[in-house]
Design a protein around this ligand. Structure first.
Ligand code: NAP
Length: 293
């Protein structure tokens, strides 16, 4: 079997164009433009690139982007004060504090300061709590997990009743994606670094979500024929033929897995493009909430 490649770039473009159209309609109907504030503390180059890409996508979709950059030695009070000002600013619908924050800052306390109605990253404990509870819905779904679910839906892969295995239990990917699959009526197993016989669990799965951060750890022999594989991992693999001396690969060994799976996301070009697209969708949703208030 050769797997269908799930084209994250194309699916992300579809989401972005839906957001672009809705933003245009909102401007025409309500004379209102959604606004996303980004907060970057310090000069980590990867974080700076992520923030730049988010701001650029905002501009492409007609969303107002408000950038704040604070020095790496900012105090807890300075960061929380900025978030409080953005909470009070009616032109700001979403607040995105780029993680990780410098080590001396209390990340949890900063995230707790973000107004629930502006938590477009979906990391506020109340949002995560609602995601976990039966009969409750969060205001915002964390972007990368949301993207994983949209990739499955857009590819026509049934979640209801499926056996799903999530490898990884981080607050930003593994845990929320497991809760979303469970909300979608999948039977979910969460695996992590202490799981005994990981391959045994993965071999049962109709859907595998890999969010580990370990280069090509999941191989074709661990996969049930026909399974859908969503590879969240982004790892640098040494490659002397590449310009930078490495290439990006996932947590799944694409070559062997794509011989067995029914559908699989590539790295890059799978989950990656979805994260920003879902952030834009969440920002639009935040503006809709503000308009309805
Ligand atoms: P993380 O916080 O480091 O979590 C990794 C998870 O994998 C942990 O739950 C850990 O278990 C588990 N794990 C580690 N080694 C394992 C092993 N040998 N067997 C089974 N489980 C193991 O990472 P993350 O932030 O969730 O990110 C995961 C990957 O996704 C990274 O490559 C990251 O770059 C990528 N990512 C991509 C996007 C995107 O937009 N595409 C967004 C976010 C993250 P314990 O809990 O027991 O430690």
């Amino acid at each position: 079997m050769t797997a269908t490649i799930i084209n994250g770039k194309a699916i992300a473009e579809k989401v972005r164009s839906q957001v672009r159209e809705a933003v245009t309609r909102m401007k025409e109907t309500h004379d209102y433009v959604p606004g996303l504030a980004t907060v970057l503390v310090g000069e980590d180059p990867a974080s700076a690139t992520y923030v730049r890409n988010k701001r650029k996508t905002c501009e492409e979709l007609g969303i107002r982007s408000i950038g704040h950059e604070l020095p790496a030695d900012s105090s807890q009070e300075q960061v929380e004060k900025l978030v409080a000002e953005l909470n009070a600013d009616p032109t700001v619908n979403g607040i995105l504090v780029q993680l990780p924050l410098p080590k001396h800052l209390n990340e949890e306390a900063v995230l707790n300061t973000i107004s629930l109605h502006k938590d477009v990253d979906g990391f506020h404990p109340v949002n995560i709590g609602r995601l976990a509870m039966k009969g409750r819905d969060p205001l915002f779904i964390p972007c990368t997990p949301y993207g994983c679910i949209v990739l499955l839906e857009e590819s026509g892969i049934p979640i209801k009743g499926a056996e799903a295995v999530v490898v990884g239990r981080s607050n930003i990917v593994g845990l929320p994606v497991a809760m979303l699959l469970q909300k979608g009526d999948a039977t979910v197993t969460i695996c992590h670094s202490r799981t005994r016989d990981l391959a045994e669990h993965i071999r049962r799965a109709d859907i595998v979500i890999a969010a580990i951060g370990r280069t090509e750890m999941i191989t074709g022999d661990m996969i049930k024929p026909g399974a859908a594989i969503i590879d969240v991992g982004i790892n640098q693999k040494p490659d002397p033929t590449a310009k930078r001396g490495y290439r990006l690969v996932g947590d799944v060994e694409f070559e062997s897995a794509s011989q067995v799976a029914g559908a699989i996301t590539p790295v890059p070009g799978g989950v990656g493009p979805m994260t920003i697209a879902m952030l834009m969708k969440n920002t639009l949703h935040a503006a809709e909430i503000a308009l309805a208030a």
